[in-house]
Design a protein around this ligand. Structure first.
Ligand code: ZN
Length: 65
């Protein structure tokens, strides 16, 4: 059974049941993870507070002398 990367709680899911694009939530810490790969299992954290600051920063960085 996969475990939560944040708190190492066992996620109550079966790897075999997962498909790419599925979102799983950790009951322990409330983090959500999207399945980005199943072989091997790869989870990426879904950040609810995600904003686009990094994109803005990239655009401004284009202004060079
Ligand atoms: Zn967790």
């Amino acid at each position: 059974m996969p475990s939560c990367p944040e708190c190492e709680n066992n996620l109550d899911i079966e790897e075999e049941d997962l498909e790419e694009g599925d979102v799983v939530a950790c009951e322990e810490c409330g983090s959500e993870y999207e399945v980005v790969g199943v072989d091997p299992l790869e989870l990426t954290k879904v950040d609810a507070d995600y904003d686009e600051e990094e994109d803005d920063f990239t655009e401004e960085a284009e202004e060079e002398e």
